[in-house]
Design a protein around this ligand. Structure first.
Ligand code: ZN
Length: 260
């Protein structure tokens, strides 16, 4: 987290940063930049310009700049976007609700006195000029039967790993995939290419429904499984103790009773 849903909230908030002249880059953590972009390059590209559009693909926020370049912002596991000091997200799983000025990795000051900034305790986010969008798969809000099938049918990897592979489908993270697979009654460890036609239909239905429902409810942490994702947690559907293990390094919860 933030997953695609949270970054969509960030995108909507970032609309408030459009058409405001950039006066200064007050903070840019060099670890947020790639080797090919120095803090001086970064300042040169932005100062005196303004953002014209706020887009998003998966978990990448894309701000178009008036000089025709694009600023891509990634939020890692704990990054929070603030416009004029306020964030659309109060609860961010894995992050801290405390405030610490050392966590500011990027701060862009506008001529009008406002700002766009990122606070990221774990410093896993990034700021990229002209990010590569081709490496990102179908956006989570645009998943279709075809894109889901393309993402899964040739792979023997665990289905959860494949759903979280941003080059196949972009925007699904740990919480969303656990929730979707729990609702779909599919074991996250199952081979991606082993799904039947009916499994695929069920998975697609629960994927689109879950994304839309949790977007309306306030974030990827609002799923029905969420409060039970603790050691010793029980499946809220049938009361069976949940299995807890890792897939692709991420802690996974699933029900041995109804997820097959
Ligand atoms: Zn269950």
């Amino acid at each position: 987290m933030p997953e695609g849903i949270e970054v969509e909230y960030y995108r909507q908030t970032a609309l408030r940063a459009l058409n405001r002249k950039i006066k200064a880059i007050e903070t840019i953590d060099h670890k947020y930049l790639s080797d090919t972009c120095s803090p001086a390059d970064f300042r040169d590209l932005l100062i005196g310009n303004y953002f014209t559009k706020a887009g998003r693909k998966g978990k990448l926020l894309i701000l178009s700049v008036s000089n025709e370049c694009e600023l891509g912002l990634r939020f890692g596991m704990t990054g929070r976007l603030l416009i004029d000091g306020s964030s659309p997200i109060k609860v961010l799983e894995y992050s801290s609700s405390k405030d610490n000025s050392n966590w500011v990795r990027l701060s862009i000051k506008f001529q009008d006195g406002g700002s766009l900034s990122i606070k990221d305790p774990r410093r896993l986010g990034a700021a990229q000029i002209n990010p590569d969008l081709c490496s990102l798969g179908t956006d989570l809000y645009e998943i279709t039967a075809l894109s889901l099938s393309e993402a899964l049918k040739h792979s023997t990897r665990p289905i959860k790993a494949r759903l979280m592979d941003q080059s196949k489908i972009s925007g699904l993270g740990n919480l969303l995939t656990d929730e979707i697979l729990w609702r779909s009654s599919i074991d996250p460890r199952r081979q991606s290419n082993s799904l039947s036609h009916n499994d695929m239909r069920r998975l697609l239905r629960h994927t689109t429904r879950t994304i839309s429902e949790l977007t309306n409810l306030g974030g990827s942490h609002m799923g029905k499984l969420q409060n039970h994702r603790v050691p010793g947690g029980l499946c809220p559907k049938d009361g069976v103790p949940l299995n807890r293990y890792k897939i692709g390094g991420r802690t996974t919860y699933s029900c041995p009773q109804h997820q097959k």
